[in-house]
Ligand binder design. Structure first.
Ligand code: ADP
Ligand code: MG
Length: 689
């Protein structure tokens, strides 16, 4: 179908920026909020705390102030109860041409407060007759990106497109749930739901539409997960590791560097039970940073070897893979086990040596990155695949490991990102879960401090003191894709500054744009202790282990998510010294950032933080454009608040599959078809990060 006003260029932008290719994509491009435009506020009532508001009145005068970058247009606006400034930084000429003083307008925007003065930056200004009428007054707001706005694909334009499309469809969308399910759940039809999500007829119907669409989204994910899990259990027999043999025993007796914690022991037992059961293991191992997952991984790998199988361990980055490799080599140095490292940067010559040795079984352990799942890597008998820091590996990649052997290998996924229950159920609903909830003994809790960047001098004095004691320091800068260039500039300036402030010490830098070799060299200088300070981006986020590094400074900490902050903090606190994490921010912070930082300062508990993170993100105004990096892309359901709907959807899915595991019955025809369209086209919910 062809929509008016969407030429090839805009179609392309819709595709690139919002993933909209088909009519269905557009209909499922939901508003992230609705704003009640039936209500008008008085200028007199306006405060900076208010969300989006609407005012009706006249512009008294225009004034241009400032020079260059700070040049802006101010329109003084009044409704008779007071005056407020409307401010524009862009499109000044357009605004002064379009709007006239004295004419009556409706102004819509978010008030902000500067000092004691309130203004509205870049408001929508419309003549009374131009406002799109939505029966209920509830106007939808669609997520838009900068690029979309540049092509004039504003929220309001999208609303128009929806309107055109829905009229062309006669407001009818084919149902995807069978009648019995609609009846049982007492939900509205899909047509009604789609109509009301875009053009609510009343607040009640909007709520019902949201519930229906959230249910659909979560229900089909659950149906898919549960069906896959069922299939795996029934059709894929598991490799059996019946015995614990020499490799495990010898290591345990002679080379185990320390006594296992109770939690580590328990998890090893769980893994032994799984791998001996005759069913394929699919286990998620959650354990906070530093809880000792690597050792559990190694012991499981030894079990595989004892039973005549190979094992592999896959990490998300080159540096991590190298570290794991080094750790395993060290721990296994006196044992007769061949370990190989396989990453993208392994030279062709070396690769030619390794690959045949993996294929004929001489190499028992392979540690690597994505390179491991390439088709050229053939195992003689892969019995166990371990995935470290899995949130970067999607479902798709996981499944590519299963086919590495005639029989699917056991899979152990390790993560240091504690996952709230609802998220775990959605992302890993097919996995069994083990938890390491105990840190190795003797760890001192990390002390977390929040400092304003105006107090930089004190911070540097503190760092100097710590370095004099023999400690090493990480300094991390945020790097967020959108403003990458700007961020790199910050990073490099930070690097120079640190070099100037600490001329007596060696400072090195790593970031994602460096060549792997340079990156590794810089990293190595820090790991070896030659450099005292490492300035970096979040490339050091996961897994890196430098026991002497006991101070983590995070610059612009307000720009990081909570889980990310917690991950970064986990890089320190691994040795015997008291460790510190210093969160540096400017003085100006919004409500949510302040809360985030408070939680970080207060809590060291990854689960508490993960839960809080989800709540804050869930309620926070995300402006709809970014879903966080938890590997899950939900269009409407919000796991922070929709736990009940999720549980309900899962129960329904379970019940349906119990009666009809392959969804063969006529009654379930719609479900079968919907699953097929949803999950064969793209695994959109298992996005690979
Ligand atoms: P993570 O769970 O974050 O991957 P690691 O496996 O890297 O944690 O372990 C963190 C540190 O704790 C390592 O230096 C490791 O040698 C040490 N460690 C692991 N298990 C124990 C234990 N039972 N007792 C003491 N130290 C341990
Ligand atoms: Mg680890």
């Amino acid at each position: 179908m062809y929509l008016q006003r969407v030429g090839p260029k805009r179609a392309d932008i819709l595709k690139q920026e919002a993933g909209i290719e088909t009519c269905e994509d557009l209909l499922y491009f939901f508003p992230y909020k609705h704003i009640d435009r039936s209500r008008f506020y008085k200028v007199r009532e306006v405060t900076g705390e208010m969300p989006y508001i609407q005012l009706k009145g006249r512009i008294l005068a225009f004034e241009t102030v400032g020079e260059m970058k700070s040049k802006r247009l101010i329109a003084r606006f009044t409704d008779g109860t007071g005056t407020i400034d409307l401010v524009w930084f862009k499109g000044l000429k357009y605004i002064t041409d379009k709007y006239k003083t004295g004419h009556e307008y409706i102004v819509f925007g978010k008030p902000t407060e500067f000092g004691n003065i309130c203004n509205i930056v870049h408001p929508d200004v419309d003549s009374i007759d131009d406002i799109q009428q939505v029966a209920s007054g509830l106007v939808p707001f669609y997520p838009t990106t900068e690029k979309m706005k540049k092509s004039f694909l504003h929220s309001r334009v999208i609303q128009n497109l929806q309107y055109k499309l829905l009229t062309a469809l006669n407001w009818y969308v084919p149902e995807v749930l069978p009648a019995f399910l609609l009846e049982k759940t007492r939900m509205i039809s899909l047509s009604e739901a789609i109509r009301n999500i875009h053009f609510p007829q009343s607040p009640e119907l909007l709520k019902k539409a949201q519930n229906r669409l959230k249910f659909d989204e979560l229900f089909f994910i659950q149906l898919n997960i549960l069906q896959t899990a069922r299939f795996r259990r029934q059709k894929l027999g598991g490799i059996v590791f019946p015995k614990v043999g020499d490799a495990f025993h010898t290591f345990f007796k002679d080379y185990l560097p320390f006594e296992l914690t109770g939690a580590q022991k328990r998890v090893v037992r769980e893994i032994r039970k799984d791998t001996g059961s005759g069913r394929q293991m699919n286990r998620l191992l959650q354990g906070d940073v530093g809880s000792g997952k690597t050792l559990v991984a190694l012991l499981s790998m030894l079990l595989a070897v004892d039973n005549g199988y190979q094992a592999c361990m896959m990490a998300p980055t080159e540096i991590l893979a190298q570290q794991h490799y080094a750790t395993l080599m060290e721990l296994l140095k006196d044992m007769n086990i061949r370990v190989a490292l396989l990453t993208g940067s392994i030279k062709a010559k070396k690769r030619k040596e390794i690959l045949p040795a993996i294929a004929n079984g001489e190499i028992q352990f392979v540690v690597g990155t994505h390179a491991l799942i390439e088709d050229t890597v053939v195992f003689a008998s892969l019995g166990l695949a371990i995935i470290d820091e899995q949130h970067r590996f999607g479902v798709e990649q996981r499944s590519r490991l299963w086919i590495k052997n005639k029989q699917a290998p056991h899979i152990l996924i390790m993560t240091a990102t504690p996952i709230p229950r609802t998220l775990a159920m959605t992302l890993y609903g097919d996995l069994d879960v083990s938890v390491i909830d105990e840190l190795p003994p003797g760890r001192k809790p990390i002390r977390t401090l929040h400092r304003y960047d105006s107090k930089r001098a004190d911070l540097y004095a503190f760092l100097r003191m710590e370095i004099q004691k023999g400690c090493q320091v990480y300094i991390v800068y945020p790097l967020i894709e959108e403003s990458e260039n700007f961020d790199y500039k910050n990073l490099e300036e930070g690097f120079k500054l640190i070099q100037e402030v600490f001329p007596e010490y060696r400072v090195c830098m790593v970031h994602g744009r460096m060549k792997p070799k340079e990156k590794e060299e810089a990293m190595q200088r820090f790991v070896s202790g030659e450099a005292q300070i490492l300035v970096a981006t979040t490339v050091i986020e996961v897994g890196v282990n430098v026991p002497k590094a006991s101070v983590m400074v995070i610059e612009s900490a307000e720009r990081f998510g909570l889980s990310q902050l917690h991950q970064l903090r986990g890089r320190v606190g691994r040795g015997a010294d008291q460790s510190y994490c210093v969160l540096v921010t400017s003085y100006k912070l919004n409500e949510i950032s302040r809360k985030r930082l408070e939680i970080m300062v207060r809590s060291n508990d990854g689960f508490e933080i993960a839960e809080a993170d989800m709540q804050l993100r869930g309620y926070g105004d995300l402006e709809g454009t970014q879903q966080s990096g938890d590997g899950l892309f939900l269009k409407i359901a919000n796991l922070a608040v929709d736990g009940q709907i999720l549980q309900y959807a899962r129960n329904m899915a379970e019940r349906i599959l119990e009666d009809d595991p392959d969804l063969e019955s006529d009654m379930n025809r719609l479900l079968r078809e919907r699953l097929k369209t949803l999950f064969s086209r793209k695994v959109s919910w298992g996005r690979i990060g």
